[in-house]
Each structure stands twice: as structure tokens, then as C-alpha cells.
Design a protein around this ligand. Structure first.
Ligand code: ADE
Length: 418
């Protein structure tokens, strides 16, 4: 069967638009381009099968093409029902990549696509939110046998992987791309900060200046969202469960308070915790009429949707990606992108120059796992510092600059205790 015959996508006729999108990001991803050049020469994945589950938009498509250029037979599926872009899928199929994905699949279809990506019996996987790994460790352990290892993209996925590892149940080596400096310092902070407001602004067409924005969670993503909200002129409140992060938010100039209080004050809420039900029934009861609710965490569990629905007398779509929930007392709350990752469900994800570093790390990490999987064993591995630093060096070079180098005298000084 050819790639075209195998693939399941919405509309092959959209390929031309998809190619334009991929060409645009390719032109803005110089670090990944350098890795592609290396891969073309070295063929690190020659004869191997790689299955990927990531948000299937243009930057991800370009990563898939880089891995293909390194010799792999690539299969790809989405990692969120709303983030797949059908034109991008069509272009990838034309480029010889097997795609199982479409925008807004049913829950059954979504899962079947993940399984199909695993049924290709890959040697290596790239996962986002531990979707593939969870299936491999629950319903389909039979498909573990060919897998040498993989790389995980996001905070939520790494929390799950570490839980599996702690329990002694992890069956493959997985490299934690999210924990690399060149991931969380830039992607989680500047990527999320910008893409969250890009998507909220285009979805709502409302002003941010003067509004009270409540940022729920002050990890690297929350820091980025709070920083950009402030830059847009909002009054920013942060809620946290970690006292140290709470002090950090306070020192960064934000108001810090419990959600019970913040719920009464916010005009726009952005959840970025990785946890569930951080906005829930008791909070809806006290929110202002017209409050906007957006989630930027991996799963659609941060804003408790069943409780919101139960407290509502009606629900309707009032604008693309905005659902109005009318509460029993007449107040209306607006949920963006069905409570799914707003920056990908109602936008194009992080900027290309940011994903350039993240996906350079993904590509290099996958190569590393392939070379070292026997030595790594079944555990969660941090991206080696040399790879992380190389991505930063390539990034600086692409900007036409560099950092200084220590002299021998300086190195000796730093190593001596006298
Ligand atoms: N584009 C592709 N993957 C993404 C991610 N994990 N976050 C933001 N934008 C993305």
C-alpha cells in the first residue's frame, strides 16, 4: 500500500495550502534546518520507522519532514482533536508521510488514529501528553516489542512518565524534551505567552488593556502568560498552590490570592496548571457576568466543563471557538476552544522561531535515544546538556551572534577554591 492509500485525512485537495504553510515555517526555523542538513548527510534513521503524535500543524509537519530526511519512514497523528490542520495533513501525505488525523475527529476516531500510528510497529516514537505511551502501557502492550524508545514533548506527559517510572512500570526509554532549558525557558514561557494571547485576541476580538486577567498557575507557561497579559495592559492576578511560586509571582509584580477571591474579580481567566478542576462549580457561582474562560494546559480538564454545564440553563456557540454558558441567575460565562489548549485549538500554536528550538531538541533527542537506548534502559532521561547547549549555539549563530569563551586562566579560576 502507498502512503496515500494508507493515510486517513479529511481532504487531500487541501495540499497546496498546506505546502504554503509548511514552506513559511521552514523559512523561519534555521536551527531545525541545520539539523536537517546533518540528517540528510548522516541518515541517522535509515531503515527505521518513526511514529509521531504531536499537534499537527505546520511546524510539526516540518519536524516530520526533517525526520524523514534523516532516513525514517514516518507516520504521524494528532495530539488534540482541535489542533490538527487538515491542509497540513494533506501536504504531508503528498510528501510521502503516512497521516492518520483530521480536525475534530470523534473520540473513537481520535483514539483509533493513535492506535494506527502504533500498529506500524515503530522503532521510535515522539509523544505529546503521553498519549502513545499510555496506550502502549495499557491496551496495546503487544506493540511495545519493536520500540527502542522515544521523546516526550510536554510537562503533562513527563508527569505521567515519571509516575510510570516511579511505579517500576515504564517499558521503554523516554527522553524528557520538556525539561531541557531550550524548551521550557523559551517555548513554555515566550511561546505560550505569545500564542495564548494571539489566539484569545483573534478569537474574541476584545481588548485586554484594563481587564483583570487571572493566570492560574505560575510555572514557566504561567509566567509567560502573566508577562504578556501585563504587557497588553491588563491588571494581572496569579493563583498558585506552591507558596514559593506565589512569592515569585508577587515579586514579579502580580497580585497573588486564592482562586475563591480571584474568581470574583477576573474578566479573563487562563489556566496553565496541568491539573484538573482548577476552575470549578464554586468559582462559577461568584464570577462576573461575561467572564471569559480559556485553558492553555495540555488536557481539557482544568476548567471543569461538566460542572459548568450542570450549572447552566443553556449553552450555545456565539462565535467560532466561543461557547456561551447561561447560568441559572442569568449571568453568562464564555468558554474558549471547548476548554482545550486555546493556543492550538483556536490558533496556530507557538511562533515558528520558538518551535525551531523545541523541535531541534526533539530531532536531536530522538537521534540520541536511537544511539543510546540500550545504555539508557527503561527510564525517563533528561536531554543531555551538550544537546541543549548546541541548540542554543545554533540559535545564536542563526541570529548572527555568539557568546564569549572562557580563557584557560578563567577556567582555572572557576575550578579552584583558594
Ligand atoms: N505546535 C506544535 N506543537 C506545539 C506545542 N506543543 N505547543 C505549541 N505549539 C505547538
Amino acid at each position: 500500500m502507498t502512503t496515500k492509500e494508507r493515510s486517513i485525512i479529511a481532504n487531500p485537495a487541501l495540499a497546496a495550502e498546506g505546502h504554503l504553510k509548511i514552506d513559511w515555517v521552514d523559512a523561519h526555523m534555521p536551527v531545525l534546518n541545520r539539523i536537517k542538513e546533518q540528517f540528510v548527510k548522516e541518515q541517522p534513521f535509515k531503515g527505521l520507522k518513526v511514529s509521531i503524535s504531536l499537534h499537527l500543524e505546520a511546524k510539526t509537519a516540518y519536524l516530520a519532514k526533517v525526520i524523514q530526511a534523516g532516513g525514517a519512514e514516518v507516520t504521524i497523528t494528532g495530539s488534540n482533536p482541535l489542533s490538527t490542520q487538515d491542509d497540513v495533513c494533506a501536504a504531508l501525505v503528498e510528501d510521502g508521510i503516512t497521516v492518520y488525523a483530521k480536525y475534530k475527529p470523534s473520540p473513537e476516531e481520535y483514539k483509533s488514529f493513535l492506535i494506527k500510528a502504533l500498529e506500524t510497529e515503530p522503532d521510535l516514537i515522539i509523544d505529546d501528553g503521553c498519549e502513545l505511551v499510555t496506550l502502549l502501557h495499557t491496551e496495546r502492550p503487544d506493540l511495545l516489542k519493536t520500540i527502542r524508545g522515544g521523546a516526550e514533548e510536554t510537562t503533562t506527559g513527563i508527569i505521567r512518565l515519571k509516575a510510570l517510572e516511579k511505579e517500576g512500570s515504564l517499558k521503554i526509554p523516554m527522553i524528557a524534551v520538556n525539561d531541557a532549558y531550550c524548551k521550557y525557558l523559551f517555548d513554555n514561557r515566550y511561546g505560550t505567552g505569545q500564542s495564548v494571547f494571539d489566539s484569545i485576541n483573534r478569537t474574541t476580538n476584545l481588548v485586554v488593556a484594563g481587564k483583570t486577567v487571572v493566570v492560574v498557575g505560575y510555572g514557566w507557561c504561567g509566567k509567560g502568560v502573566a508577562m504578556r497579559a501585563k504587557g497588553l495592559g491588563a491588571n494581572v492576578i496569579v493563583t498558585e498552590v506552591d507558596a514559593i511560586k506565589g512569592v515569585e509571582a508577587y515579586m514579579d509584580g502580580f497580585a497573588i490570592m486564592p482562586m475563591a477571591e480571584a474568581a470574583k474579580r477576573g474578566d479573563l481567566f487562563v489556566t496553565v496548571t496541568g491539573n484538573k478542576s482548577v476552575i470549578r462549580g464554586e468559582h462559577y457561582e461568584v464570577m462576573k457576568d461575561g467572564a471569559l474562560l480559556a485553558n492553555a494546559g495540555h488536557f481539557d480538564v482544568e476548567v471543569n466543563k461538566p460542572e459548568l454545564l450542570a450549572q447552566s440553563v443553556s449553552k450555545r456557540t456565539v462565535r467560532n471557538n466561543i461557547e456561551e454558558y447561561k447560568l441559572k441567575d442569568g449571568r453568562k460565562l464564555y468558554l474558549l476552544a471547548e476548554g482545550r489548549l486555546v493556543n492550538l485549538g483556536a490558533g496556530d500554536g507557538h511562533p515558528a522561531e520558538i518551535m525551531d528550538m523545541t523541535f531541534a531538541l526533539q530531532a536531536m533527542s530522538l537521534k540520541y535515544v536511537n544511539e543510546q537506548y540500550k545504555a539508557i534502559g527503561n527510564r525517563v532521561l533528561t536531554v543531555p546538556y551538550e544537546l541543549d547547549e548546541q541548540v542554543a549555539r545554533f540559535k545564536l549563530e542563526s541570529l548572527g551572534t555568539s557568546v564569549d569563551t572562557l580563557s584557560e586562566e578563567q577556567k582555572a579560576y572557576l575550578q579552584s577554591w583558594q
